[in-house]
Design a protein around this ligand. Structure first.
Ligand code: NAG
Ligand code: NAG
Length: 406
């Protein structure tokens, strides 16, 4: 009897723990665009009117998302990062947008983004100031949550500069409550575990998943292949902890997609797409959709790869093999015996990789139908035993989707 009760308790807690923050949002990893990595804190709208943090930038990106196929592919959120606010709160103590760069105000911008069928995200900071030196939300959580809700904001990224890290496990959930109390569903992105990691505090991921829809674990991405690899290293190192809390409503966030920026080659861009897909990462592009070249746009619009990212299981894939420069990452999908595999090659030359599918978790006795989904090529039937060989491009990736044969 005691045994049975214990079993029940375990079952019930399993069922509860897969449901992250209960606001009905981010049931699959959120997709969209975010200003930070590409446009930083450029506030010089006089000299760089197209590239500064101002309402035009976000309206332009909303237009491109709708007109160039991104919205149809699932990209939905247009996110303002730091440096949007005025340096002072208004006389009622509310945050206000910089009047020169956002002359119409955030509410009007939200209306515009909504009129295009998209959603608007915004940024604040848990501490006394944002990382860029704008007013922080410490002591103003309720009024800021209300302000964002009144403006029609749909997502909030809360950073953690100028804050006492030790108060985050209490303070971030306070913001979760304040957001909930507004009655407006607002997707909540927390930087809390990243700041804990940096302070050598072990994040309590159960608590984080209960209070945040997505959360940053690790340092900001930069526009470089090295930065992408460093993030992947961290995810590999922490994969058991991180995969355990990846579920509908709650996702680890390895930071923005830098596809179409200045540094990644086409193969490296495909690799970031394939890795973020297998990790069930939020797909938040930070690039210039007005000037992005077609080969990078095509990578971002790869519906087969997006579908793996958006798998309803919400599972984060894991690294199951590592041999020299080659890594193999797998994710089992929501449907029985469906799998995705990303092969990552960190080396300078193309490499042939041979393995038996049964050794990476493929258990179906009648074998699989396999597709190369980065290049949209049908590979055909493969047995679970016998060598399965692929060529993984130098500093690049190869990705397959496999489903059970009839
Ligand atoms: C969180 O809210 C509680 C209850 O209102 C309050 O006592 C506490 O000081 C708050 N903590 C932080 C860090 O904001
Ligand atoms: C507030 O929380 C409750 C209980 O967890 C949930 O049912 C509700 O959908 C939340 N509302 C919003 C607006 O997030």
């Amino acid at each position: 009897m005691v045994k049975m009760l214990q079993c029940l308790v375990v079952l019930v807690s399993l069922v509860v723990s897969v449901h992250g923050l209960d606001n009905g949002l981010a049931l699959t990893p959120p997709m969209g665009w975010m200003s930070w990595e590409r446009f930083r804190c450029n506030i010089d709208c006089k000299n760089q009117p197209n590239d500064c943090i101002g309402e035009k930038l976000f309206m332009d990106m909303a237009d491109r998302m709708v007109e160039d196929g991104f919205k149809d592919a699932g990209y939905e959120y247009v996110n303002i990062d730091d440096c949007w606010a005025s340096k002072e709160r208004d006389s009622a103590g509310k945050l206000q947008a910089d009047p020169d760069r956002f002359p119409s105000g955030i509410k009007k911008l939200a209306d515009y983004v909504h009129s295009r069928g998209l959603k608007l995200g915004i940024y604040n900071d848990f501490g006394t100031k944002t990382c860029g030196g704008y007013p922080g939300s410490l002591g103003h959580l309720e009024v800021d949550a209300k302000t964002f809700a009144e403006w029609g904001v749909d997502m909030l990224k809360m950073d953690g500069c100028y804050a006492d890290v030790k108060t985050m496990p209490q303070g971030y959930p306070n913001m979760t409550k304040a957001l909930n109390a507004t009655g407006r569903p607002i997707l909540f992105s927390c930087s809390w575990p990243d700041y804990e990691r940096a302070s050598k505090i072990q994040p309590d991921y159960k608590l984080i998943a209960k209070n945040c829809n997505i959360w940053r674990n690790y340092i900001d991405i930069q526009d470089s292949w090295d930065s992408v690899l460093k993030i992947i290293d961290y995810y590999a190192q922490e994969q058991d902890t991180l995969a355990a809390v990846s579920a509908p409503g709650s996702f680890n966030d390895p930071d923005m997609l830098i596809i179409g920026d200045f540094s990644l080659s086409v193969e490296q861009a495909k690799a970031q797409m394939a890795m973020w897909s297998i990790l069930a990462a939020p797909m938040l592009m930070s690039n210039d959709l007005r000037t992005i070249s077609p080969e990078f746009r095509e990578i971002l619009l790869n519906k087969e790869v997006i579908q793996i990212n958006q798998d309803p299981s919400g599972k984060m894939g894991k690294r199951v093999m590592q041999d020299g420069d080659i890594e193999v990452w797998t994710k089992s999908l929501d449907l029985w015996e469906e799998h995705a595999v990303t092969y990552l090659n960190r080396g300078d030359s193309n490499q042939r990789v041979s393995l038996q599918l049964k050794n990476i978790g493929f258990d179906y006795i009648l074998g699989y139908e396999v597709r190369d989904i980065l290049n949209h090529i049908e590979i055909g039937h493969r047995e679970r035993e016998g060598n399965f060989t692929v060529t993984v491009p130098a500093k690049g990736a190869y990705m397959i989707y496999a489903y059970p044969s009839e």
